[in-house]
Write a protein that binds this ligand. Structure first.
Ligand SMILES: CCC(=O)SCCNC(=O)CCNC(=O)[C@H](O)C(C)(C)COP(=O)(O)OP(=O)(O)OC[C@H]1O[C@@H](n2cnc3c(N)ncnc32)[C@H](O)[C@@H]1OP(=O)(O)O
Length: 636
C-alpha cells in the first residue's frame, strides 16, 4: 500500500511518470505520447497530442462496459416536489440527442455555448452535449444579474445560449427569460439562438430566435462524440478577480479528466457504483467538477439537488437526501452547515434518518471555521474533512486523502498538499517561509493536470494575475502557513476578493458599481466577518457636494444598484455615509484597517495615515450603525 509521503514525493520528483500512469486509467481514442510540455511562457500543458472526448469517457464508455442500467443521476427537487432517475444509457441517449439539436443550430467544435440553468438534469445534459461536440461551454450561475451575464456573453461570444424558463428559490419563481433578454440587449455580441427548457412553474414566451428544448429534440438526430485534443478547451468558467471584469478560467479536456478521476479515487475514496452528493450549483466550479464530471468519469451516481440546506422544507434536508439515495461521500460549503446549525443546533433532525451509508463529509468553498468543524465532528460518526481549492485549480490543492492514507485532522487546517501540487509559502522577499511563518501560498510549476490553462482571450492577464508575482510559481491569492507537521493552514485572501456564503466576489467590482452613482464622490467596499455567511460586504461612501442629505434613500438606491448590476448573491445590504475615509498620504484607502475595526479587532494608527481623525469618524459611524463587531474594536 502506497503511503501519502511516497505518492506525494513521486508526483513532485517525477511528474511525467506519475501522470502518465494516471492517464492510463481513463479511455482515450489516441493515447498521448507527450505527457507534459511547456508553452512559450513556460506554463505546463498536459497530454497535448492525446485524443479523447470527455462525454465519451463519462457516458458512452461506461455504457459499453456494462453500466448502462446503473443510475447516473438522481435528481431531487424539493422546491418542485419532483424526483427523477436517469441511467447511464438514458443520459447518454439524452445527451446525444441534445448534441444533435445543438448541431442543427450550427454549433461545432470550438464554438462557445452559454448555459444559464438551475439545478435540473438538463443542465448536465447541456454541458455533456457541448463536450460531445467539442464545443466550449460557459455556465453562468443563476444568481447573477443580467449585466453579469452580458459581460460573460461579450467575452465568450457564444453561438447559442441554453437556459431554463425559470429557477426556483425556495418559494420564489425566478423567470430567467427577462434576464437573458436584458443581457442580450446590453451585450455587443448577439448569439444566433436561445434554447429554453420550458418549466411549468413559468414558461418562456418564445421570440423569433428562441427555441423550445422539447421541440428541438423532436426534430434532432443523435450526434456522435467528436475526438478532441487533450489540450482543447472543455469550458470557460468566470470567476471574480480584483477588478470589475471577471476572469474566464479556461479548462482543458484531458488533464481535467485525468485529475478528476484521480481525485475521486484518492481524495474522496469512491468506487464505481458509489453515490456521490455535492450540494452546490452547476454554476460554480464545485458543480462542474463534482456534480457533473468527476462522479460520472468514475462510474458513480451523482445527486443533483434543487433545494437549500434549510427551509426546503427544514434543516434535515441534507440528511434526508443522504439517507434516501445511500450517499457515500457528501460535499458542501461550511456556510450550509452554519445555516443548519442555526436552525437545528442540537442536530435533532439527524435522528430521523439512517445515514450509516455516509463514509465522509467534505467541506470547501471557504475556510471551515473551527466552531463549525467541532459541531460536525461531535454530531457525525465519520471524518469531517476540510479541503482547499479554487476555481482556477479545478480540483483540490490540499486535503486529507481518504483513498490513500487518512491522516489525523486538525481544526482549521486543510491537512496536506494533494500529490501533484508543490505548495510553498513565500515571504515578502520571495523566500521560503519556515514552519508557522505566514506568507503567500504559491504552487511551484508545473501545476498538475486539471488546473487552468489560461484566461479566455487574455493571455497577458493570465500571466500578470497568476504567474508574474513570483516567477516559476502560481500565485493562489491566499495567505497561510505550514505547521511543524506539514499541515497547511489557509488564512484568507491577500487581495480584495471576498467570500460570501461560499461565493467568490470582488469588492473592487462593487466599488465600481457604487462609485458610478451620481451622488457618490468616493467609496470603499470591505468584506467583514459574518457568523452565517463567512463574510458580507459593507459600503462606505462619501457623498458629492450638493447631496440632499437623505442617507436612507441613498443607501436603498446603492443596495438596489448592486443587486441589479451584480445580483442578489452579492448580499450587499449595508451602506454607511461618512465624511472622510482613512487614507495613506499617497491616497490609498486603508481597507485592512477598516476591516479590522468592523471585525472588532484592536487597531493602531499607521504612521503613513494622512488624517488620523478620519479613523475615529469611521469607527463612530460603524458603531452608530451597528456594523459587525465595531463596538468591540479598540484603538491602541
Ligand atoms: C472550492 C471551489 C469553490 O469555492 S466553488 C464555490 C463553492 N460554493 C458553493 O457551493 C456555494 C455555497 N453556498 C450555497 O450553496 C448557498 O449560499 C446556501 C448555503 C445554500 C444558502 O443559500 P441562500 O439562502 O440562497 O443564500 P445566498 O447567500 O446563497 O443567496 C443570496 C441571495 O441570492 C439569491 N440566490 C441564490 N442563488 C440563486 C439563484 N440560483 N438564482 C437566483 N437567486 C439566487 C438568494 O435567493 C438570496 O436572495 P435574497 O437576498 O434572499 O433575496
Amino acid at each position: 500500500m502506497t503511503t501519502y509521503n511516497a505518492e506525494y514525493q513521486r508526483s513532485i520528483d517525477q511528474p511525467e511518470g506519475f501522470w502518465s500512469d494516471q492517464a492510463k486509467r481513463i479511455p482515450w481514442f489516441t493515447s498521448p505520447r507527450t505527457i507534459l510540455e511547456y508553452d512559450e511562457q513556460g506554463h505546463a500543458r498536459w497530454y497535448v497530442d492525446g485524443e479523447m472526448n470527455l462525454c465519451h469517457a463519462a457516458l458512452d464508455h461506461h455504457v459499453a462496459q456494462g453500466r448502462g442500467d446503473q443510475p447516473a443521476v438522481y435528481w431531487d427537487s424539493p422546491v418542485t416536489g419532483a424526483k427523477r432517475t436517469l441511467t447511464y444509457r438514458e443520459m447518454r441517449d439524452e445527451v446525444a440527442l441534445f448534441a444533435g439539436a445543438l448541431k442543427d443550430l450550427g454549433v461545432e467544435k470550438g464554438d462557445r455555448v452559454v448555459i444559464y440553468m438551475p439545478m435540473v438534469p438538463e443542465a448536465l445534459v447541456a454541458m455533456y452535449a457541448c463536450a460531445r461536440l467539442g464545443a466550449v461551454h460557459s455556465v453562468v450561475f443563476g444568481g447573477f444579474a443580467p449585466h453579469e451575464l452580458a459581460v460573460r456573453i461579450d467575452d465568450a461570444r457564444p453561438k447559442v445560449v441554453v437556459a431554463a424558463s425559470c429557477g426556483i428559490e425556495i418559494e420564489r419563481v425566478i423567470p430567467y427569460q427577462p434576464n437573458i433578454q436584458a443581457a442580450i440587449e446590453q451585450s455587443e455580441h448577439k448569439p444566433d439562438a436561445c434554447v429554453y427548457l420550458q418549466r411549468e412553474q413559468q414558461r418562456a414566451a418564445l421570440g423569433p430566435c428562441d427555441h423550445d428544448w422539447a421541440e428541438l429534440l423532436k426534430r434532432a438526430t443523435p450526434a456522435d462524440c467528436v475526438p478532441v485534443k487533450g489540450s482543447d478547451p472543455l469550458y470557460v468558467l468566470y470567476t471574480s478577480g480584483t477588478t470589475g471584469k471577471p476572469k474566464g478560467v479556461v479548462r482543458d479536456t484531458a488533464g481535467y479528466a485525468v485529475a478528476l478521476h484521480y481525485s475521486m479515487e484518492t481524495i474522496y475514496d469512491v468506487a464505481p457504483g458509489d453515490v456521490f452528493f455535492s450540494a452546490s450549483d452547476v454554476g460554480w466550479v464545485v458543480g462542474h467538477s463534482y456534480i457533473v464530471y468527476a462522479p460520472l468519469l468514475r462510474g458513480c451516481t451523482t445527486v443533483v439537488y434543487e433545494g437549500k440546506p434549510v427551509r426546503t422544507p427544514d434543516a434535515g434536508a441534507f440528511w434526508r437526501v443522504i439517507s434516501q439515495y445511500r450517499v457515500k461521500s457528501f460535499f458542501t460549503a461550511p456556510t450550509a452547515f452554519r445555516a443548519i446549525k442555526k436552525e437545528d443546533p442540537d442536530g435533532t433532525l439527524l435522528q430521523q434518518y439512517d445515514i450509516s451509508c455516509l463514509k465522509a463529509l467534505y467541506l470547501a468553498g471557504e475556510r471551515l471555521d473551527p466552531p463549525t468543524f467541532h459541531w460536525l465532528d461531535d454530531l457525525l460518526e465519520v471524518p469531517v474533512i476540510d479541503h482547499w481549492w479554487q476555481t482556477e485549480t479545478g480540483w483540490p490543492i490540499a486535503a486529507n486523502l481518504q483513498g490513500l492514507e487518512p491522516l489525523p485532522t486538525k481544526a482549521g487546517s486543510a491537512t496536506v498538499p494533494v500529490p501533484g501540487f508543490n505548495v510553498q509559502i513565500l515571504n515578502r522577499e520571495g523566500e521560503q517561509a519556515g514552519a508557522m511563518e505566514q506568507g503567500s501560498v504559491v504552487i511551484k510549476q508545473p501545476m498538475p493536470p486539471g488546473c487552468l490553462v489560461g484566461i479566455w482571450g487574455d493571455p497577458q492577464r493570465f500571466h500578470s494575475a497568476y504567474m508574474a508575482a513570483y516567477p516559476g510559481y502560481y500565485l493562489t491569492g491566499d495567505g497561510g502557513y505550514f505547521d511543524e507537521d506539514g499541515y497547511l493552514f489557509i488564512m484568507g485572501r491577500t487581495d480584495d476578493v471576498i467570500n460570501v456564503a461560499g461565493h467568490r466576489l470582488s469588492t473592487g467590482e462593487m466599488e465600481e458599481v457604487v462609485g458610478a452613482h451620481k451622488a457618490v464622490a468616493e467609496c470603499a467596499v470591505i468584506g467583514i466577518h459574518d457568523a452565517l455567511k463567512g463574510q458580507i460586504p459593507v459600503g462606505l461612501v462619501i457623498p458629492k457636494d450638493g447631496f440632499d442629505g437623505d442617507e436612507v434613500a441613498l443607501e436603498s438606491e446603492l443596495i438596489a444598484l448592486v443587486r441589479d448590476r451584480i445580483g442578489p448573491v452579492a448580499c450587499f445590504k449595508q451602506v454607511l455615509v461618512v465624511n472622510r475615509l482613512p487614507k495613506t498620504r499617497s491616497g490609498k484607502i486603508l481597507r485592512k484597517l477598516l476591516r479590522n475595526i468592523a471585525d472588532g479587532k484592536e487597531y493602531g494608527v499607521p504612521s503613513t495615515i494622512d488624517d488620523p481623525a478620519s479613523l475615529q469618524d469611521v469607527h463612530e459611524a460603524m458603531k452608530a450603525r451597528d456594523v459587525g463587531a465595531a463596538h468591540e474594536a479598540r484603538q491602541v
